[in-house]
Design a protein around this ligand. Structure first.
Ligand code: 4AD
Ligand code: MG
Length: 433
């Protein structure tokens, strides 16, 4: 007879039972005959209680000697505990230490964010990063599920590339044997290849931008998810984007109440997003909104972070900003036939001041028009010959968009900075650990 080895997350199914667990110690408090061990096992956090009268002297002494991040097996009985955040605790009867070393650098006192980021390899064990990464995982799974249900396949774009879809200023350059190469800033152009081959695809992987800006929303390496849909116009793409954001937000509300509570994130702030019904605001009207609020903004400028924050604060759910002037968007977009100075494009601004989390458009599908737009953008036609082939053979109306994964996570978790949304953030000043 072996006592069952369970995870903390499954405690609710074992109330009153004796179980085994493998855990790490996050914190310890003792008073005379009782020791409270704060435990984690990767699935959740909860409390273990060691009472002198329940254990041998040896086990009590061992429990007393444990340092933060000691790893051990334990045996005990699960109790319901209304006072604990998790709702359960374990009354420990036995434990066997695996590792127990002094000096773990992250304590319960306040540490500066630079210190914590320098210790990111350890900090990820703490409650806050734990909650954020669990939500990141839910959003990843929800994204894959959503697109699978909608009939998409995952299609992988390369990371080494020879050309630039989003403009040449933020490219990371690298040597590639005898050639120059860049790290991909977007998988979109390859995604369009995929759409012509498979109808509906999405890419999902890291993208790279040599962002010199030190803002709370820019990483140099971030994950982007980019769907591309053949035979789909701009309006249909907006409907899809709305369904997508409603779905993934709902999945977080259904699966991550524990983590949202750990983060102090009010789940009700996310509820409106699950209802869809996002406003579609024209660029011109957004400009008016800013000017009416007395903000210094000229028509024709791109929105800065504070402008986006102001606009997004006017809504309780994401808002589409549509029909930007062609001068401030990339070459591949399709012009609005009714307003040739505007693109059939949309940025999605997340509420609560988060600003842009997604951007997309209908793509120009006419060969000559696209060729002219590439030339007008000052790009080398030769680099885009394969992309132009898509317009020569079997070109169809198609649309797509890109989601900045860390931006979405930052909004859902209400983070101050996107660097907390990825396990190992890369910014201008950070390349380690
Ligand atoms: O708006 P962007 O530049 O659009 C594209 O790359 C298109 N090719 C997407 C498409 O239509 N397939 O980037 C898309 C999203 C932005 O909305 C933003 O959320 C995120 O990527 N993003 C960043 N996230 C973190 N750090 C950065 N430096 C980012 N730059 C863009
Ligand atoms: Mg954009």
């Amino acid at each position: 007879f072996m006592t069952e080895l369970i995870s903390i997350k499954d405690s609710s199914k074992h109330v009153g039972e004796e179980v085994r667990m493998h855990v790490w110690l996050t914190d310890k408090r003792s008073s005379g005959k009782i020791i409270f061990l704060q435990l984690r096992d990767g699935s959740a956090f909860f409390q273990g209680v060691v009472r002198k009268e329940n254990v041998s002297d040896e086990v009590f002494a061992t429990a007393k000697s444990l340092y933060q991040e000691a790893s051990f097996y334990l045996t005990g009985i699960i109790n319901k505990d209304e006072r604990s955040h998790f709702g359960y605790e374990i009354q420990i009867t036995d434990l066997q230490v695996v590792t127990n070393n002094e000096g773990y650098p992250i304590g319960n006192k306040e540490h500066g964010v630079d210190f914590l980021m320098d210790h990111r390899h350890l900090w990820l064990r703490s409650r806050r990063p734990f909650a954020i990464m669990q939500i990141r995982n839910t959003l990843f799974k929800a994204t894959v599920d959503f697109f699978e249900k909608e009939g998409f396949i995952k299609f992988d774009a390369p990371f080494f590339v020879h050309s630039a879809p989003e403009g040449t200023t933020e490219l990371f350059h690298t040597e590639y044997f005898d050639h120059d190469a860049y790290l991909s800033q977007s998988g979109q152009l390859y995604g369009e290849v995929g759409a012509a081959a498979f109808g509906k695809i999405f890419t999902f992987g890291p993208t790279f931008r040599a962002e010199e800006s030190k803002t709370r929303r820019h990483l140099t390496e971030f994950w982007m998810m980019e769907p591309e849909m053949a035979w789909m116009n701009h309006a249909e793409s907006l409907d899809l984007q709305e369904r997508f954001l409603a779905y993934i937000t709902k999945q977080v509300l259904e699966n991550n109440q524990y983590e949202l509570k750990m983060l102090g994130r009010d789940p009700e702030k996310l509820r409106p997003t699950t209802e869809g019904n996002f406003t579609r605001l024209k660029y011109d009207d957004a400009v008016k909104m800013l000017q009416d609020a007395g903000r210094d903004f000229k028509w024709g400028d791109d929105f800065g972070a504070p402008d986006e924050a102001y606009i997004s604060e006017q809504f309780d759910r994401p808002v589409f900003l549509i029909n930007y002037p062609t001068s401030i968007k990339p070459f591949y977009m399709k012009k609005d036939p009714e307003n040739p100075n505007e693109y059939l494009c949309a940025d999605v601004l997340a509420p609560e001041g988060y600003g842009e989390v997604m951007g997309g458009s209908e793509r120009e599908s006419d060969y000559d028009t696209l060729k002219a737009q590439i030339e007008a953008a000052g790009l080398n036609l030769e680099d885009y010959s394969w992309y132009l082939d898509l317009r020569k053979y079997g070109s169809v109306p198609h649309s797509g968009f890109g989601m900045g994964f860390e931006r979405v996570i930052a909004w859902i978790c209400k983070l101050d900075h996107v660097r907390e949304a990825i396990p190992f953030p890369r910014t201008m000043n950070r390349l380690r650990p």
